[in-house]
Design a protein around this ligand. Structure first.
Ligand SMILES: O=C(O)CCC(=O)C(=O)O
Ligand SMILES: [Mn+2]
Length: 195
């Protein structure tokens, strides 16, 4: 496990081999085929635009999550997602009751700069992020816009990243678009959302 402390605040930990490459590839296939992937439209600067990726939200019954003008009710998790949630909890020592799943079809799919700071996640949320399929670059920059402090981490298939402390108060993160990647990636962000 690798650990990085962030100034001004927060931390991340990374388990590069949370799942073996083989297990990660099999899990990618299974989730790509079985989850209820949808492309949602969100309101951006007063216009409705499609998110540049597919998503699916799963978790314990009754959990819902509101972000970017969307309100998602969890589909009850079972099988592979529930098993992964248990494995993530075992490795990280943290509890999760839901998972926001993202499907990046290729390098043209992305996630813009944001922090996971919605009020329902609580004050200092701990979020675990499991990556399957193509490696993508994960960038972090301070909200204060001190651009010299930018960090980038390659999230490889089978890795598990944990974000915690007050990272979401002080830092933004993104998955940038790239012309160089043509393969798909699934990312699973495990969260704790009170019901
Ligand atoms: O795809 C990723 O690695 C990041 C996903 C993310 O930041 C999110 O779902 O909030
Ligand atoms: Mn995020």
């Amino acid at each position: 496990m690798e650990s990085i402390e962030f100034a001004p605040a927060g931390w991340i930990r990374l388990w590069p081999d949370f799942l073996s490459k083989q297990k990660a590839a099999a899990t990618f296939q299974q989730l790509a085929e079985s989850l209820a992937w949808e492309q949602h439209a969100i309101r951006l600067f007063g216009r409705m635009v499609n998110q540049p990726r597919l998503t699916a939200f799963y978790g314990e019954q009754g959990v819902s999550y509101q972000y970017s003008s969307l309100k998602l009710s969890a589909i009850e998790w079972s099988g592979p997602l529930l098993k992964l949630a248990c494995q993530v909890s075992d490795v990280t020592g943290e509890s999760f009751n839901s998972v926001l799943c993202n499907f990046y079809r290729d390098g043209q799919d992305s996630m813009g700069w944001h922090a996971d700071d919605e009020p329902e996640l609580g004050d200092n949320p701990v979020i675990a992020s499991v990556s399957l399929g193509a490696s993508r670059r994960f960038d972090l920059k301070p909200k204060s816009d001190a651009t010299d402090q930018k960090h980038s981490i390659w999230l490889e298939s089978g890795s598990c990243l944990l974000m915690g402390g007050d990272l979401q108060h002080h830092w933004l993160h993104q998955i940038p678009k790239t012309k160089r990647i043509h393969e798909p990636r699934i990312n699973l962000t495990f969260r704790w959302i009170p019901r």
